[in-house]
Structures are given as structure tokens and as C-alpha cells.
Design a protein around this ligand. Structure first.
Ligand SMILES: [Zn+2]
Length: 485
């Protein structure tokens, strides 16, 4: 037994199969919590506690860490975070793909195209520290760590005139503003060189902007310039930026996009392995063969099917296929895309075989990449973690349960520098998810994307029960996780 405190215990979770987040085999043990910490793990016999939960037949795991989210606004707008806590998620990393709510010169006009990802209506802040304070005031149910988006830095420095190379003065400003955000507690910088606001950024620009990461222990996460035909060159670019800045690299939502690229995980995964010998690199993945992002005309050709998930001028189109909308409107799909803006969509554009290869890759973390602002979102927003544990682990036997949990918890906390989280271990924060391994599973579908998952019994965040019996608790104890804390 490992025990840190012999004093009074608030809670004992008794007799569950503890999966500690390291990848180690499950073991039947008790877990004790006092205040916001785990205080003992082992055979606690008949030690007394204020409350006891019988967890026999259930798995007791660290709370899941969703390393890839766009929950920046949701933390404030829907602080119960039901779509995450109902999956067993206790921490989200926000500010991905180059888009964060701060730091942004709030005298400038936000880019309306990005509304599905970053809503500009009064949410953007000059300083990340100000945004963090607003999140703390909203008291979200889950913890949140913040990345600073390179595209947001571009808007801050260049206004809406972003579809060009930045000047030296603008690059200097971006670098200084990133430094401020890191001082405020950002855990790193994300970029989205694929998207119009950063597509014209040169590799040299991103290298220069990213320099403060190396001095501060920040990480660099990349929605790469290309996830299709030129994916290998895009990987090299992201690795180079990480090396230049002296920062660990996370490749976001790894995929091989478009039918002509099906099967190319046979190239990308060995390339990851090779590069990992020379620098710190990791990656995340979501368990679906469809992606989702803003509605962009050039993405349509690559997809087998496009489903609109939301449109500001045409909310009635949410959940409908683009080709059907174009038929109804008697116009081309390209014209329909223009009329739907700002809008977001689901793109069916990947192969199941590649997805399984990535899920099997031992370095791949799990991240949902859901867009909570969509009225008819991709089902990954509500289903990612239970889908991995139910469909891929239990039903298909793709990887052992303990490995899957590791890639949602301990591995993620290590790669993102989240101290004292990601493990069931005495002294660690009491972020704990208790689930039934026989029934856990996703119920959100492309047609009914808001269905909560099955099999999550209890979720604790910083020692507070935050989800139980299908209901989100009213006491919310999520915290802002500042770098270095
Ligand atoms: Zn992305």
C-alpha cells in the first residue's frame, strides 16, 4: 500500500480495478481521497471515511485529459461542460489549431469565418491572463490548460490583412505577445498553417515567433500545413519549428486525408518513430474517419461526403449534406458554401485502416477536436473517449485497455507538462473516472450527435464529485492549469 496521509479521509473508492495511467496492468485496490488529492492507493481494509463508493466490477482510472479541444468559449458559456465530463474527461487543452481567444487586440475586428471555432463576440481578450480570470469566474466543471494560437497572434499583429507574409515588425510583435501569454501561464503555442489566416506564414516566421517556447518549457502543437499529398513535408516543417524553438512538438489530429492518401500511415508512422529518436515528438488522434472544421471550398473535393454542422445565416441547414442543400438551392456546391458562411462541416475523408493503425501507435494520445459551438456537431464532441474504450478496445480488441487509458491520461499529462495529474497515485490531484468496462461506449452518432455516452459511473475533479448517475453535479471545481504550477 502506498499512503501519504493517515488522517481523516473524505472518500474511499473500494474494490475497483485500478488502472493507474502508467500503462501497468489493472489491479484490484482501494483509492482514498481527502480534499483535492488522492491520499492512499492500496488495500485500505476497513479504514473509515466520510463516504464509501463500492467500485467492484468497475475500473477506477485517472480522469481523461482531452488534449485537443476548441472549448475556449465553452468553458465560459457552458461551464458544466456536460459534453466532456459525461465522457470522463476532467481536463481540456484549449487554443488548438492556431486559434485562441487571447492575446488579441480587442480594438480589431475578429474574422467572421472563424466563428465556429472562436466566437469573436466579446470573448477575445488582450491578455491571456484576463481570459483565464474569466474562466475562473465561470467555474467550469473541468480543468483547462491554454495554448496560444499563432493565427490569433497574426490577427493581433496584422488585423484582417493576414493572407500575406508578415513583416519583421509584425513577427517581433507576435513573438513578444507569445512571451506575455507564456508569462500568464500558457502551456505553449499552437499553429494552423493549413488555414487561410496562417497559410501564407513562412516556416521562418513560425520559427521566430516560437522562440520563447524553448526558454519557458512551452510546447508546440501543429495542425500541419498539409495532411494529404504533402504530409511528409508538413511533418518535417513542424519538426523543424520544434527543433528551432527547442520545444517538444505535438502533431494534432494525425490523419492521412483524401482517398489518394489512404494507406500512407505506412509512411507517416515510421517517420514519427525515426524523428522521435532525435527530438521530443508526440501526436494525438480522434477515433473517427470523418474530420470537422470550418466550411472551406477547397476541402470539398477531398471528401466523399460533406455534412454541414452549423451556419449562421442558415441554421436550418445544420445536419444536412452539402450536396442536398445545393440541389435544393439549385446552385453549385461552391456557391452553397459561399452562401452558408460563416459555417462549419463534417468531411468524410479518411480510411478506417489508417485510423486503426494510428490508434494502435503507442505514442498516439487521444483528443476529441470537437466544436462545441456547432448546433449539429461531429459526434466526437460527445463520444471520443468512450468510443475508444468501448468500440476499439473492448469490441475490436485493438489495444489493451490499460494502454488506451495511458494514452488518455499519464502519457498526455507528461507530454503537456500537467503536474500531478494523469495518474491514480497518492499525492496526485483527485481527478478520477470510474467506469464500467462492459458497458462503456459512445452513443453520439452523425445523425444524433448530442447523445451522452454510456458506462461512465462517477467523475471526480479535484476531489469533487462532478458527474454521477448520468447527471452533471452542481458544484464545479475545475481549475486553470498554468504552466509551471
Ligand atoms: Zn486542427
Amino acid at each position: 500500500m502506498t499512503t501519504q496521509s493517515e488522517g481523516r479521509m473524505d472518500l474511499i473508492i473500494a474494490g475497483g480495478m485500478v488502472i493507474d495511467g502508467t500503462g501497468k496492468r489493472a489491479e484490484q485496490m482501494d483509492v482514498a481521497i481527502s480534499g483535492d488529492r488522492i491520499v492512499a492507493v492500496g488495500d485500505l481494509g476497513d479504514r473509515s471515511a466520510q463516504r464509501r463508493i463500492d467500485a467492484v466490477g468497475r475500473v477506477v482510472a485517472p480522469g481523461f485529459i482531452d488534449v485537443h479541444t476548441h472549448d475556449d468559449a465553452a468553458l465560459i458559456e457552458t461551464p458544466d461542460m456536460a459534453m466532456k465530463i459525461s465522457q470522463g474527461v476532467t481536463t481540456v487543452v484549449v487554443g488548438n489549431c492556431g486559434f485562441s481567444t487571447a492575446p488579441f487586440d480587442t480594438d480589431r475586428v475578429p474574422d467572421f469565418r472563424l466563428e465556429p471555432i472562436i466566437r469573436g463576440d466579446g470573448l477575445m481578450e488582450q491578455r491571456l491572463g484576463d481570459y483565464m480570470a474569466r474562466v475562473e469566474a465561470a467555474r467550469p466543471a473541468v480543468n483547462a490548460a491554454f495554448l496560444t494560437g499563432h493565427s490569433t497572434l497574426r490577427y493581433d499583429a496584422m488585423g484582417l490583412d493576414v493572407e500575406r507574409e508578415a513583416t519583421v515588425a509584425e513577427i517581433d510583435r507576435m513573438q513578444r505577445r507569445l512571451g506575455e501569454a507564456l508569462d500568464d501561464g500558457a502551456i505553449g503555442m499552437s499553429s494552423g498553417l493549413y488555414y487561410p489566416p496562417a497559410a501564407r506564414a513562412t516556416t521562418a516566421e513560425v520559427c521566430r515567433v516560437a522562440e520563447p517556447l524553448g526558454d519557458t518549457g512551452g510546447i508546440y502543437t501543429a495542425h500541419m500545413r498539409d495532411e494529404g499529398d504533402d504530409i511528409l513535408a508538413a511533418m518535417d516543417e513542424a519538426f523543424l519549428i520544434g527543433r528551432h524553438a527547442g520545444a517538444p512538438v505535438v502533431i494534432s489530429h494525425h490523419k492521412c486525408n483524401g482517398r489518394t492518401n489512404f494507406g500512407r500511415t505506412a509512411e507517416t508512422l515510421p517517420k514519427f518513430r525515426e524523428a522521435m529518436k532525435k527530438q521530443r515528438i508526440s501526436l494525438d488522434v480522434y477515433p473517427y474517419i470523418a474530420g470537422s472544421t470550418i466550411l472551406l471550398p477547397h476541402m470539398i473535393a477531398k471528401a466523399e461526403r460533406v455534412m454541414v454542422t452549423g451556419s449562421k445565416p442558415h441554421p436550418e441547414c445544420a445536419g444536412r449534406d452539402l450536396d442536398a442543400i445545393a440541389r435544393d438551392w439549385n446552385c453549385t456546391e461552391t456557391e452553397a458554401v459561399a452562401r452558408l458562411q460563416p459555417a462549419a462541416a463534417i468531411y468524410f475523408s479518411m480510411s478506417e485502416d489508417d485510423l486503426r493503425e494510428i490508434l494502435r501507435f503507442e505514442h498516439a494520445m487521444i483528443g476529441s477536436d470537437g466544436l462545441p459551438g456547432d448546433p449539429h456537431p461531429h459526434p466526437r464532441l460527445w463520444g471520443t473517449f468512450p468510443r475508444v474504450l468501448g468500440h476499439y478496445v473492448r469490441d475490436l480488441g485493438l489495444i489493451p485497455l490499460e494502454h488506451a487509458v495511458h494514452r488518455m491520461t499519464g502519457l498526455s499529462a507528461g507530454n503537456f507538462g500537467l503536474a500531478d495529474r494523469g495518474h491514480v497515485k497518492a499525492g496526485y490531484f483527485a481527478d478520477i473516472t470510474i467506469f464500467d468496462p462492459e458497458t462503456i461506449g459512445d452513443r453520439a452518432t452523425f445523425d444524433a450527435p448530442l447523445n451522452p455516452s454510456a458506462g461512465i459511473a462517477h467523475v471526480f475533479v479535484n476531489g469533487q464529485e462532478s458527474f454521477s448517475g448520468g447527471t452533471v453535479g452542481s458544484t464545479r471545481r475545475g481549475r486553470v492549469l498554468r504552466r509551471g504550477q
